[in-house]
Design a binder for this molecule. Structure first.
Ligand code: 16G
Ligand code: MG
Length: 562
């Protein structure tokens, strides 16, 4: 590393001293904390992003958001050149860099990283970083800190894209590295036009019966609401009413948003008895999660939740149907046949009834640990991989080879049987691959896909919700002395340590019909989480409570679960 580069780094990092006595960890989805202590971390993530861009010789992204956390929190994460999450191999660098106490230690960690990763660091190579932030008030000054970090690496350029949803930034990094247009208008144009294609491909009989093309969306008073106000005007055949758009003074994530709705199972602010029977949806604070719900009666605030598992089931059903049409009898004559490998990916939080349903459809279901990076990685191994967490984060990934086959098949069908059912199925799948975000789960594009499929099927939200009935479940969290004492295996379904706890959990679970229970350390909060499922709500509650007590006995402060 050149002398000038080292002294620039020493000088600029001294302007961003780390907070005393705080240790941050990259965690499941980047660094997150109270915004007041994040400047130094964001500055350093700027440096790391520049190094990552130099190393990969591609554009990378930095997103400033704390998703569904309270408005006073913020966070930062890196988007890799593929548009996905930062490679897990680099997470330890991120931790070391952010926790370095002095400019000198910081410099030596950077040196080590440059050497170990053989990063071309001669000032000749250039690096480019796309920056985005959500609507949090702290976002603007944190984004400035990221710019400082980036400009302290010679040859690195920051491109400030302003306020974006997290998935928009992922989409733009992905698009940019594929040589495609990576602007917000291009994003809106792609998702609205592929939505239109799907609507145009709805079988005629269904269109006549189409009654219900309205959806009411809770924007969590965040960036998703704001963007949806733009997107809705580009759509015909769908009427979106946006509430909690962030434009009318509501507080971000305060009694609103997908996380609140999914966890509390009550109406978000601004929804109530006037909405009985309507199809409603909720985005989270950075619009990478989506859940649906309906208000069943005007006497309580309870909702009927349609969660990520049901979105996954709807998508899987539709994709499978299109694949069946494409490859059915009579079509076999084509010498251009291909058995697409379709797989679905869930976590242990997926409701057991959803897994049963997907298996009944004949689908291959795979489990991974919690966190988008794990699900995404697995789904990418299929020709079509659909992944969802119950909390509403997910997408559909299409492999490059399957897409080239599909394009070719569509062209072939256009010649021999233009307008046939087979060709329509090919076109629908191609439209889905353009509508759904290939980089990361995206609430806006998932919303449009759900709406297109419901119109295609001519289904109400109730019909959709009846695909299967969720098993009653309960989630609890337990404060413990050290959550890292819990180590799990088998996609988090088995606790390996502390010794003896899994046997105790098994003995408890065996007492309940259809009982299922697991514990895992949270990746975002200092707690151990308990999930329990059973045939009745009372049983699920009781199982969760007993296991929370076990966690407390094995690991707690001697206090009881909260
Ligand atoms: C983060 C993850 C989400 C996961 C959640 C679990 C991303 C983008 N987000 O929000 O996938 O479900 O953490 O939180 O990866 P927990 O570890 O506290 O239960
Ligand atoms: Mg989010």
């Amino acid at each position: 590393m050149k002398e000038e580069q080292s002294s620039l780094l020493l000088k600029s990092s001294s302007l961003f001293p780390p907070p005393q006595g705080v240790k941050l960890s990259y965690g499941t989805a980047g660094f997150r904390a109270d915004a007041s202590i994040l400047k130094s971390a964001v500055y350093r993530v700027g440096i790391l992003a520049a190094l990552r861009s130099l190393k990969t010789q591609s554009v990378v992204g930095v997103m400033i958001t704390a998703s569904h956390n309270k408005v006073t929190d913020n966070g930062v994460k890196i988007v890799d050149p593929s548009g996905g999450m930062l490679s897990q191999e680099w997470e330890p660098f991120a931790d070391q860099l952010v926790n370095a106490q002095t400019p000198e230690t910081l410099l030596s960690i950077i040196r080590e990283c440059v050497e170990k990763e053989k990063i071309p660091f001669d000032g000749v190579q250039s690096a480019e970083i796309l920056l985005g932030r959500d609507t949090r008030p702290s976002g603007e000054s944190l984004l400035e800190a990221a710019k400082h970090g980036i400009s302290s690496i010679f040859g690195a350029i920051a491109l400030d894209l302003g306020i974006l949803t997290t998935p928009q930034l992922h989409w733009m990094v992905h698009a940019r590295n594929k040589g495609m247009k990576a602007t917000e208008p291009a994003y809106f144009e792609q998702i609205s036009s592929s939505f239109r294609c799907l609507i145009d491909l709805i079988p005629n009989g269904t269109k006549v019966n189409k009654l219900d093309n309205r959806v009411v969306v809770d924007g969590a008073d965040g960036v998703g609401g704001e963007k949806l106000l733009v997107l809705k005007n580009m759509l015909t055949d769908l009427v979106i009413e946006v509430r909690n758009s962030g434009k009318d003074g509501g507080l971000l994530n305060d009694g609103v948003g997908a996380d609140y709705v999914q966890k509390e199972k009550v109406v978000p602010r601004g929804f109530g008895s006037n909405d009985v029977g309507k199809r409603c949806a909720s985005l989270d604070g950075d619009a990478d999660r989506l859940v649906y719900f309906s208000v069943p009666s005007n006497s309580s605030s309870k909702i009927d939740l349609v969660d990520g598992d049901k979105i996954l089931s709807l998508f899987a059903l539709f994709i499978k149907e299109q694949l069946n049409i494409l490859t059915r009898e009579g079509n076999k004559k084509s010498n251009n046949n291909f058995q697409a490998h379709l797989g679905v990916v869930q976590t242990a939080y997926a409701n057991g009834a959803s897994t049963d349903y997907l298996k009944q459809l004949g689908l291959e279901v795979i489990f991974t640990p919690t966190g988008v990076k794990h699900l995404h990685e697995k789904a990418a191994q299929f020709d079509i991989g659909i992944y969802f967490e119950a909390n509403g984060h997910g997408t559909i990934l299409f492999s490059e080879s399957f897409l080239s086959w599909l394009e070719a098949r569509n062209n072939e069908l256009a010649l021999v049987s233009e307008g046939s059912e087979q060709q329509k199925a090919a076109l629908r799948l191609l439209s889905v691959s353009k509508l759904i975000n290939q980089a990361v789960g995206d609430a806006l594009s998932c919303l449009l896909l759900v709406e297109a499929i419901l119109q295609h099927m001519d289904w109400s939200i109730h019909k959709w919700n009846e695909l299967y009935q969720d098993l009653p479940s309960r989630q609890l969290k337990v404060k413990v002395v050290d959550r890292t004492a819990v180590v799990t295996t088998n996609a988090e379904t088995v606790a390996v340590t502390p010794p003896g706890i899994q046997e105790a959990i098994d003995a408890e679970t065996a007492k309940y019909p259809r009982g299922r229970c697991f514990i895992r350390p949270s990746g975002t909060e200092d707690v151990v989480r308990v999930y329990a499922e059973a045939s009745t709500q009372e049983a699920a509650d009781s199982l969760a409570n007993s296991v929370a007590k076990l966690v407390d006995q094995f690991l707690g402060f001697g206090s009881s679960a909260q």
